[in-house]
Design a protein around this ligand. Structure first.
Ligand code: PXG
Length: 457
């Protein structure tokens, strides 16, 4: 790997670059970590240090780094047609082909798609789309969208409003009007004395209670991630989503599955909706759609929604310059073709998924880990001070940050959500690489335990 002048790059970065979700004062003390290359499941920094990327970038590089075919297809498309839009009765080949393949890989009742550039703008589209859908059918007041506390739906005004992240609401006067939040299905912290099943039913009933409180004639949709990702990998009880299906159907409320993280194999199925028995009217997709090789997002709608929106809705006055961008679509198309041809999702589900989860469970035995949870290629290890009482370390996720920093030292990227250590490796991770991942986590947990014990003594 080529070596760079890290200090110089850090100095320039500090001078000119505002980073997302970053406390700049804190970052500048150490300098940004500068990533210069990647291959398979590994990334390399400007000093040539190698890391196992336990986060697939930001939950997105599902097929792993370094796929030449994706680079080639981008080059060819740039030569053929680097840009044209899909506005005003125009189309181009990659967008048409991508729409077709998405209709094939998504559930059979979903056949039409609107393209954007990210998960955030996808959820902006969802908000406008579900409201326009109901207005087109003559229900102008059916415009409230219900979502969940600690859900994550992006960082735009609509995305952050739909999300249930308090610190995000605190900046910029969010949420915007006509969005309501209900409790999340976070069993370890909020399950109390309930059985898993009772808890699943109770948290689904929160939706019914909220619909009744607001009036079904005011509620347009419910949106949720099949498994909450950025909220700390919150895996719902098995009966939760079937109950949500039933409630949405009973009150004629559209069900929107935010598949931005769960889509394209993350749960071991093509979509989290299949894994959890969700019957969505709308699906938001991004990240794994192109395995992060190009910025692209998409909103897939059911035939029922398409009928209202496309046949009865007149002009949908919504769109982005880069909706259906030909290069992004060509890359996403190739990404999906590779996943299909190489059976990446099916192979991962059959060969490595259970092995990864068994290693996660083993780590649950560690004295620092209160809860080890996960599904598919998603997992979280929640660090606690006391396993019996579940007492946490407090101090705003400081223990998680300690563990994350040890992991970085050990050549492993893990994200800390508060005190939960998150895993979301590429789907192509092998058994040997899972062993390597496990070893690095164990080492980081041991070092964290020693350090945290020392400072609290
Ligand atoms: N929905 C879900 C479920 C997401 O996880 C978005 C929408 C927004 O997508 P874009 O492409 O606009 O970022 C996301 C994104 C983190 C982290 O630190 C998570 C996301 C993005 C950035 C950081 O966990 N999820």
């Amino acid at each position: 790997m080529r070596q760079y002048d890290t200090a110089e790059l850090q100095r320039l970065d500090q001078k000119h670059h505002i980073h997302p979700f970053t406390d700049h004062q804190e970052m500048w003390q150490k300098g940004a970590r500068i990533i210069t290359g990647a291959e398979n499941i590994y990334i390399y920094d400007s000093d040539g240090k190698k890391y196992l990327d336990g986060m697939s970038g930001l939950w997105c590089v599902n097929i792993g780094y370094g796929r030449q075919e994706l680079a080639e297809v981008a080059k060819l498309q740039m030569e053929q047609l680097p840009y044209y839009n899909s506005f005003f009765q125009t189309a181009q080949l990659p967008a048409v082909e991508l729409a077709e393949i998405l209709a094939e890989v998504t559930p059979p009742h979903m056949n039409q798609v609107f393209f954007g550039c990210s998960g955030s703008d996808g959820n902006d589209t969802v908000l406008r789309l579900v409201r326009h859908y109901w207005a087109s059918l003559g229900h102008k007041n059916k415009n409230i969208v219900i979502s969940r506390i600690n859900g994550y739906h992006g960082s735009t005004m609509a995305g952050a409003s739909l999300g249930g992240m308090k610190p995000m609401h605190a900046q910029g006067g969010l949420p915007i009007p006509d969005i309501a939040h209900i409790d999340q299905p976070y069993f370890y912290r909020e399950g109390g004395d309930m059985s898993l099943e009772e808890f699943g039913r109770q948290r689904a009933r929160c939706l019914e209670d909220k619909i009744l409180e607001l009036g079904a004639d005011r509620v347009a949709a419910f949106i949720g991630e099949p498994v909450q990702g950025a909220g700390g990998v919150i895996v719902p009880p098995d009966n939760y989503w079937p109950e949500i299906n039933r409630i949405c159907e009973k009150y004629d409320v559209l069900l929107c599955a935010d598949e931005v993280i769960c889509g394209f194999g993350r749960t071991g199925e093509w979509f989290g909706s299949e894994k959890f028995g969700i019957e969505p009217d709308v699906m938001t997709m991004a990240k794994g759609l192109s395995s992060g090789y190009q910025p692209i997002g998409a909103v897939m709608v059911s035939d029922k929604v398409a009928e209202g929106l496309v046949n009865k809705g007149g002009e949908f006055v919504h769109g982005y310059t880069y909706s259906g961008h030909p290069v992004a679509c060509a890359v996403a198309l190739k990404n999906i073709q590779i996943m299909r041809d190489e059976r990446i999702i099916e192979n991962a589900r059959d060969n490595t998924m259970d092995y990864l989860q068994s290693k996660v469970s083993q780590l649950g035995e560690h004295p620092l880990v209160g809860d080890a949870r996960g599904t598919g290629f998603l997992a979280a290890l929640e660090l606690v001070k006391n396993k019996e009482t579940r007492e946490n370390f407090g101090n705003n996720g400081a223990a998680g940050a300690v563990c994350r920093d040890f992991a970085i030292e050990n050549g492993l990227v893990m994200r800390a959500v508060g005190d939960s250590m998150i895993l979301c490796p590429p789907l192509i991770i092998s058994r040997e690489q899972i062993d390597e991942l496990h070893g690095k986590i164990l080492q980081s947990l041991d070092q964290s335990l020693e350090y945290l014990t020392e400072i609290s003594a």
